[in-house]
Design a protein around this ligand. Structure first.
Ligand code: ZN
Length: 450
């Protein structure tokens, strides 16, 4: 509105000026070199006006070029950006699809159009990974480390590179730097935890696990079990270093966290025997046998009395251990073995039969065979048991849930596949079980037996 008024006033003034000029006519004579121009004042005024308008327009155009957004330079850079972003997304798709050549082409295209953008570095690094170009991948990750906005991401790449190279120490160094950068990030904590386990740094593993279980990275039973296993390993370390009191404290923690964890129960019993009162030891034995009777625990209980003769052990086992869980297979097995060693054939046979039930295992049948030979010198009966044993169910063993490796003793890491805490006490012919299933079965067994 105001603008229209101004235009109107301007045109009116112009008309008024023109009329006024025509009322007072005059001449303008210009002489320059050999030229002579002669004209009226109105023409000069009109020329002056046209000149002013042209200058104003040129000035406006220059200002528009210089200051306004989206001008010529930026039109070009927007095009490049678009091309770069297209290359980025195509490159990411190529990586997801495992197309190494295409990924590399798009990475080059993105780098050309979006030079210096953090995402182009990541794409280039990933493309290099896909092309198995280790040197290039490391160069890109190192460039990512140099920038604050990509440092964390670069560390992640370098950690996985270090894993590929099998350099756990280097992986841990990068993970620690990532932890400093963004403390408490779930994947970093998990990485540090797994590295501590692999490096057998139990103290660090314990510390990180405590931090993880505060956050959402880990929860419940799995944490309890892991903490039990780590405490057990720390107990072993302390015992090795001659710190027996500390060893006992860790062993007790491990045993309490997971009463079904046989190695911890056995170690707890062994250390309590040498450090605590007889009364305390007996209480521990009672509870342990009630909750989780096991071959290895029986062995640990036996060793609490050094140099004990087989008949003495048989008597002690019958009177102080067995009553805690009298019908359990492991109880019968413990008593059968003790009686067998004492050459007390009657109870040995009785407990072997009870342990075997309707479907005795290989080792029970072999013990029965040995018993026939030793007790009665009955080679024919012995042979019958041996033949039967060939098709009998296998005895339980410590079996790795990850790779199926069978071991006589529990191991914290599988000697074959290096999995952490993968051994469960079970029979091989039951096929592959998940850890949870096996644990559930063990719990059921214990519940049924107690
Ligand atoms: Zn394994």
């Amino acid at each position: 509105m105001m603008r229209a008024v101004f235009v109107f006033i301007f045109i009116a003034l112009l008309a008024f000026g023109a009329v006024w000029l025509s009322d007072y006519p005059g001449d303008v004579r210009l002489t320059w070199g050999g030229y002579q121009v002669e004209t009226s004042i109105i023409v000069v005024a009109a020329l002056a006006l046209v000149f002013a308008v042209i200058v104003a327009l040129i000035y406006r155009f220059w200002v528009w070029l210089k200051h306004g957004p989206g001008r010529i330079g930026e039109v070009f850079s927007a095009r490049r950006r678009e091309k770069g972003l297209e290359a980025l997304s195509s490159g990411m798709v190529a990586i997801a699809a495992g197309d190494a050549g295409e990924a590399r082409r798009q990475a080059v295209e993105a780098e050309k159009n979006l030079s210096g953008e953090p995402m182009t570095l990541l794409l280039a690094a990933q493309a290099a990974e896909l092309n198995e170009d280790d040197r290039a991948a490391r160069v890109y990750y190192d460039r990512m480390l140099a920038r604050a906005d990509t440092e964390f991401l670069g560390l992640r790449g370098l950690i996985s590179r270090a894993h590929k190279e099998g350099d756990l120490i280097k992986a841990r160094k990068y993970a620690e730097r990532a932890e400093e950068l963004r403390p408490g990030t779930a994947w970093v904590l998990k990485e540090l935890y797994e590295l501590a386990l692999k490096l057998r740094d139990w103290e660090a593993a314990d510390r990180i696990l405590a931090r993880m279980s505060k956050g959402k990275a880990a929860k419940g039973e799995a944490v309890k079990r892991a903490k039990a296993v780590i405490s057990y390993e720390r107990a072993l370390e302390c015992r090795e270093a001659g710190k027996r009191e500390e060893a006992l404290a860790f062993a007790t923690t491990a045993h309490e966290l997971d009463p079904t964890f046989v190695p911890a129960a056995a170690l707890d019993v062994a250390l309590t025997a040498s450090l605590s009162s007889a009364r305390k030891l007996q209480k521990l034995i009672d509870e342990s046998w009630k909750r989780a009777p096991h071959r290895d625990l029986a062995e640990a209980i036996r060793k609490t009395v050094p140099g004990e003769q087989p008949p003495d052990w048989f008597r002690r086992a019958s009177q102080t251990v067995a009553p805690n869980n009298p019908d359990h297979v492991e109880t019968h097995m413990m008593l059968a073995k003790a009686a067998f060693e004492s050459r007390d054939w009657g109870p040995a046979r009785e407990h072997l039969m009870k342990a075997g039930g309707d479907n005795p295992s290989t080792s029970i049948l072999r013990m029965l065979a040995a018993l026939e030979e030793k007790a009665n010198a009955d080679a024919i009966a012995a042979r019958e048991w041996i033949i039967k044993s060939a098709t009998a169910p296998q005895d339980p063993l410590w079996i790795c849930n990850a790779c199926g490796r069978q071991e006589e003793t529990w191991n914290v890491h599988c000697p074959a596949c290096d999995s952490f805490d993968s051994f469960t006490w079970r029979t091989a012919d039951r096929g592959a079980h998940s850890t949870d299933e096996v644990e559930a079965e063990i719990v059921q067994e214990i519940a049924a037996g107690s």
